[in-house]
Design a protein around this ligand. Structure first.
Ligand code: MN
Length: 498
């Protein structure tokens, strides 16, 4: 499910043909050494591909168009080793459509005090050439990332790695297809939105399918396949009967196994990567998909509850961006439920009716069967667990009527102070930055939803850069947020994004 293209990034060094063959040979040699070192660093999630030095308008235009055409190319990294007159870049940049990184670095780390002469100055003048290039990108209003620093430094390589994940989010966004097997919950405002505009801005295809078509696919799953998957669950998870009859419990679990298999088949057949459900719109399904949705999220599908297709697409997007990360801690659909307002222990208990992704879990995962407090179906089986500690990012994409806004909050996840034995759902507990009171105040002023797409593995910088590439407003709630400044930012943004 998480299989995406084997993406590569092109490394394009800018120069011009006035420098002579010897100098240009050095330029090419140096950029090859840098590309090689970046690839060998073990830090970058995707390969960098060296391209011949760009010297003329025609070469630049041809190379950037070739990058557009190459489906495996997820973006271009540009660097002006020498001076590259930036008017040469106009036509190429006008036609270029993929993520752009301007790596502002130079081949040598230190000034060679004893030997420096004008030949050296001419050959190593990124401080000069990168300003000329940066000027034209700014003048043309092209969204790009600028990373400054010495190319061998781990911190610079980590920033390139982080940007590569953003770039994957940008190029993969237009492949996301969300399946709606339920409409948005009646009367709820924040989960609504303009699906046409979402396709224009993000490339998302959001389409409805009758719930009974997917229910028929569930019905068609072979008994043996269901039994095999139930066995897998019973091996993998703790069975928390809590007084229920073991046979009856297993029958309830089997319903979710059947839903998992039927849903996955239907999603694959329709080439969809995210799904929404609604507890009040289940057609022939026997249970609200709980455990089934949790397992599908773990496999990489996006999900939103109560018809929330915006959050479903965001969860899928964030799973793509964090795909294949070493030591990944997880990404999930989440909902702000209830607070701890005890001084010094403030935070938000995060959960949902059922659907929290086990990728964020820590410790044992159990299965419980419990009644739902809403809806009219049989008691659904669900996975229960608590989540990891550490920093994460919670995002909410809202439709303001004339534009989308992405709200990005840095949060600190904590272990719950005590167990919650009567709570039959998976949870996380976090304190929003800068603290619960200011964080929640800013979130509400910005119009943020109760549903979020959450990840331990991405940063607010990555999410904000993605939003910028999509041409939408993003606001950050983090350690530096003050309400006065934040309200002004919202006020000014209402003009900037009119
Ligand atoms: Mn909900």
């Amino acid at each position: 499910m998480m299989k995406i293209r084997d993406y590569k990034f092109w490394f394009c060094t800018g120069s011009q043909d006035l420098y002579g063959d010897e100098c240009l040979a050095h330029v090419a040699e140096h950029s090859k050494i840098m590309v090689d070192a970046l690839n060998k660093s073990g830090i970058l999630p995707y390969e960098v591909v060296w391209k011949p030095t760009l010297l003329t308008n025609a070469m630049i235009r041809q190379t950037l168009n070739a990058a557009n055409q190459d489906e495996d190319c997820a973006g271009v990294i540009t660097w002006m080793h020498t001076f590259s007159p930036a008017k040469s870049w106009i036509l190429g940049l006008q036609e270029y459509r993929k993520p752009l990184l301007h790596l502002h670095t130079q081949f040598n780390r230190e000034l060679p005090y004893d030997t420096i002469d004008m030949d050296f100055m001419n050959e190593n003048q990124a401080a000069h050439g990168d300003r000329e290039y940066g000027h034209i990108v700014s003048r043309m209003g092209i969204e790009r990332k600028v990373i400054v620093g010495f190319w061998e430094d781990k911190e610079v390589q980590e920033r390139i790695a982080s940007w590569m994940r953003t770039a994957i989010g940008i190029v993969e966004s237009s492949h996301i297809r969300v399946m709606r097997v339920a409409d948005n919950m009646r009367n709820v405002a924040v989960t609504e939105g303009d699906k046409v505009e979402a396709q224009i801005k993000f490339g998302w295809e959001v389409d409805a399918y009758p719930v009974n078509e997917i229910a028929a696919e569930v019905e068609a799953v072979a008994k043996g396949d269901v039994e095999a998957l139930v066995e897998e669950y019973y091996d993998k998870y703790e069975i928390l009967l809590e007084g229920r009859d073991p046979q009856e419990f297993r029958r309830h679990v089997a319903v979710q196994a059947q839903i998992e298999l039927g849903f996955e088949k239907f999603l694959e057949d329709q080439n969809c990567h995210a799904i929404v459900t609604h507890f009040g719109d289940l057609g022939c399904l026997q249970q609200l998909p709980g455990l089934a949705i949790q397992r599908l999220m773990e496999k990489g599908y996006g999900f939103g509850g109560e018809g929330d297709w915006k959050t479903a697409a965001m969860v899928r997007l964030m799973k793509i961006m964090s795909q294949g990360m070493k030591g990944a801690k997880g990404t999930s659909f989440m909902e702000d439920y209830t607070y701890n307002m005890t001084p010094g222990k403030e935070g938000i208990l995060e959960a949902h009716m059922l659907e929290v992704c086990p990728s964020i879990s820590e410790g044992p995962i159990g299965i419980k069967v419990q009644p739902l407090t809403m809806g009219n179906r049989e008691d659904p089986a669900r996975l229960v667990f608590t989540s990891k500690e550490g920093p994460g990012v919670a995002t909410s994409l809202i439709d303001l009527g004339n534009r989308f806004r992405l709200i990005i909050n840095d949060v600190d996840c904590k272990k719950p102070e005590k167990p919650m034995p009567k709570l039959p759902v998976a949870t996380a507990f976090w304190t929003p930055q800068p603290n619960l009171m200011t964080g929640a105040e800013a979130w509400i002023l910005a119009g943020g939803a109760h549903h979020t797409a959450f990840s331990y593995d991405l940063t607010s910088e990555q999410m904000g850069d993605w939003a910028a590439a999509m041409g939408i407003e993003a606001v950050y709630i983090d350690k530096d947020t003050t309400i006065r400044q934040f309200k002004n930012e919202l006020r000014w943004n209402s003009i900037a994004y009119r």
